[in-house]
Design a protein. Sequence first.
Length: 248
Amino acid sequence: MRTLGIDLASQPERTAMATLDWSPAGATVIDVRTTVTDEMILDALRAADRTGIDAPFGWPDAFVDVVSAHHIYDSASENELFTEPGVTRFVRRMTDEWVRARTGLVPLSVSADRIAYVALRAVRLLARADDPGFDAGRVNGTAVEAYPAAALKIWGLSHNRYKGKTNHQVLARLIDDLCDLAPWLDFGPHRALCTVSDDAFDAVVTAMIARAAALGMTELPDAAGTLVAEREGWIHVPNQPLGALAPS
């Protein structure tokens, strides 16, 4: 099995991509790249069995509804949508609320935060990748939504304070801890880059989330929730220990 992890940014310069090869001997990081273009991503998507992308795949239903009504001057629908107090339903997707309840972490809002730029790029990429050999479903398709911080927390690893140019020592310790829990994971020559680039490290984690999704080891919505998630997107959070990903 080959899994791909993409720590997506709105521009190639902050985007990282990692490819992991899974064999009976273990998991090997065979490629890590930073400054990744759309064409590089599309080529890698075609070569991977499963892909994780750290980016939202859609917007909250309520946000789409209110923007659509506003666009055509449908004030009656707008007033109806605003009858409930608060704005949470406009800025948080169903999956965002589920992740918050499950992990205590709050994903960035795709409708009220700069991550919307990343989502636009993700949507563009998934539209271009969509063909008979690629399932573009937003719940459990060929590419799945990933959230590295949530996976790291579920796996018992530090999930914050490792980002930024001044936190390389923290990142190096986190990689040590990850390898202690997963001795079957071989970073090879790519460990050096992952130690100085949290984007590269997140790409590796995202590729591991793709493996969890491929093995059915991530949480999925129930039947009713799936209808919403197919529009809004769904974040895959592992439901098994890290060791469960080990090749057998």
